[in-house]
Write a new protein. Structure first.
Length: 549
């Protein structure tokens, strides 16, 4: 088997690349270990807690014991299905702040500043609502919608933010990220609009794109050039050859693992595991970043939360309505209001994100014992902590070692304490007076720094945004893995295009920026000019130096 381009991973970036390369007339073969995304567990937005907890759809990774979080192992779900993690995620759509991408460019990713990436965000989007044509795309493959916000709690959250002195933004993906407002989602006509639905399935209808279900073991490199991918398929090891290039889009967990097994990584580490060194790139697997969050939960005075449906009968009714009509509560991920705020004066753009949810429940589907309640997921956006992905062995079938090294700096603890105290202030506003009965967690008794720290240590969870493990930078940067055209430094014919290449984690959820990477990388692969930069001027709070809001 061979094709012009062999892409490893049918995830957010891989699907977008496959679509654009096939559209340009290139023969593309996508290797995906997972299977079909058919069925209500993936396609029904409200069922989002199921696929990320199902082994058929999830790689089932876990971190090593995290020393600063009481040696807990944290779940690290990654999609093992067409669409990748876009088929098991919470469907929240966030581009990231303009300053995030300007930082990428300053860190050595020339051509990836906000002016450079904005045209690619616009090309990929079909935005239903939000700022106008200067900021948003309206004809791309990726449908982006807003929930109905029928529950009064969604409006109470935004109003409380306003009462606390924060701005309101009608489109955090447009000119102004900072503030409280409606949340956007990759949902279309009541279904999860994953990268598989938006990009891969349309590409597969044409003559140039096909998917091979196989387990990618390593990149085959001959005389310094990637010529194919060694896979396990049906119990047999074979090589799928690439006439032009191999592109890794296998996630920030699996991409560095495959690079290392292919001989690209820190030479001493590869030698430990008996892997022959092709390119000594110590940045492979390093620079691992993520977002941590806590759930601040409140008991409700009124029985208006989703808890009334949290039983077999309620779920059956919602499921039946969705299956028959594609509408109702099943057609929303229930994240319909949100906020991006700054933690303190002197921070120039938001570094705290909120997801608001009208039920008190965990990602794994375990509901708060309190009954009727609601919650805000809150966490800092730019942790200085860095972890690493390393090989467990030289065997491709063994999961890599994942060490996030969460909360390893004093700044992490300061930022999280600010999250707790600022959140309590929001929920203490007049807008929530008719609804807040009491704080379930952390609980009113958790007040001092030490008490808050103990709560964080026990309860902080990953927001499932791992990235940065094959960092993009200047070709002469010894810790960069790919250059600004996504080419692996030191190997010909090999690129990486997924969240691994992010120099620093952007604000918010990573599905949007990952798809953008696939879109932009496709133009680099095709060797055609980039879309013209757009110099739209994003809003930055004029008083950021002096005030927190």
């Amino acid at each position: 088997m061979e094709a012009d381009y062999v892409i490893v991973g049918a995830g957010s970036a891989g699907c977008a690349m496959a679509y654009r390369l096939a559209e340009a007339g290139r023969k593309v073969l996508v290797i995906e270990h997972g299977g079909t995304d058919a069925g209500p567990f993936i396609q029904m937005p409200a069922a989002l807690s199921y696929p990320m907890n199902m082994g058929i759809y999830d790689w089932g990774f876990q971190s090593e014991p995290e020393p600063h979080l009481g040696n807990r192992r944290l779940a690290t779900p990654r999609g093992k299905v067409i669409g990748g993690s876009s088929s098991i995620n919470g469907m929240v759509y966030v581009r990231g702040h303009a300053r995030d991408f300007d930082h990428w460019a300053e860190a050595g990713a020339a051509g990836w500043g906000y002016a450079d990436v904005l045209p690619y965000f616009k090309r990929m989007e079909h935005s239903h609502g939000g700022d106008g044509a200067e900021w948003r795309g309206t004809s791309g493959p990726l449908h982006i919608t807003r929930g109905p916000r029928a529950n009064p709690l969604f409006h109470a959250f935004v109003e409380a933010g306003k009462q606390a002195g924060y701005p309101v933004t009608e489109d955090y993906n447009g000119r102004q990220q900072e503030g409280f407002g409606p949340m956007e989602a990759t949902i279309w006509k009541g279904r999860r609009w994953s990268a598989a639905n938006a990009y891969l399935k349309p590409a597969l209808k044409g003559p140039n794109c096909s998917v091979v279900r196989a387990f990618a073991r390593r990149v085959v490199i001959e005389n310094g050039r990637a010529v194919g991918v060694e896979v396990m398929r049906g119990g047999t090891v074979e090589v799928i050859r690439a006439r032009a290039e191999v592109i890794l889009a296998a996630s920030s967990i699996n991409t560095p693992k495959i690079l290392m097994l292919s001989g690209i990584g820190a030479a001493a580490h590869l030698a430990e595991h008996g892997v022959t060194v092709v390119a000594d790139r110590p940045g492979v697997g390093a620079n691992l970043q993520d977002h941590l969050e806590i759930y601040m939960q409140f008991a409700s005075l009124q029985p208006i939360t989703l808890y009334k449906y949290w039983n077999l009968w309620g779920k059956a009714v919602i499921g039946a309505q969705w299956l028959l009509t594609g509408t109702g509560l099943g057609a929303s991920n229930q994240f319909e209001s949100c906020a991006f705020i700054r933690s303190k004066a002197g921070v120039d753009y938001p570094d705290i994100q909120y997801h608001f949810l009208p039920i008190a429940v965990r990602y794994d589907g375990k509901v708060a014992a309190e009954g009727h309640g609601f919650q805000a997921h809150v966490g800092p956006m730019r942790s200085p902590s860095r972890g690493a992905i390393t090989l467990r062995s030289g065997r491709p079938e063994d999961a890599p070692v994942i060490r996030f090294n969460y909360m390893s700096t004093e700044a992490d603890w300061q930022d999280f304490r600010a999250c707790v105290r600022l959140t309590r202030e929001v929920f203490g506003q007049e807008a929530f007076k008719p609804y807040v009965k009491r704080e379930i967690q952390p609980g009113a008794g958790v007040e001092t720094d030490a008490e808050i720290d103990a709560f964080i240590r026990e309860h902080a969870e990953s927001a499932y945004h791992p990235c940065g493990t094959a960092r993009m930078g200047r070709a002469d940067d010894p810790l960069a893995v790919v250059d600004p055209e996504c080419r692996v430094i030191g190997v010909e014919g090999l690129r990486v295009a997924d969240s691994s290449i992010f120099p620093r984690i952007p604000n918010g959820n990573l599905n949007g920026p990952s798809i953008m990477v696939g879109e932009k990388a496709a133009d680099h692969v095709l060797g055609r000019g980039m879309l013209a930069p757009l110099n739209a001027e994003p809003w930055v709070n004029p008083d950021w130096r002096a005030s927190q809001r």
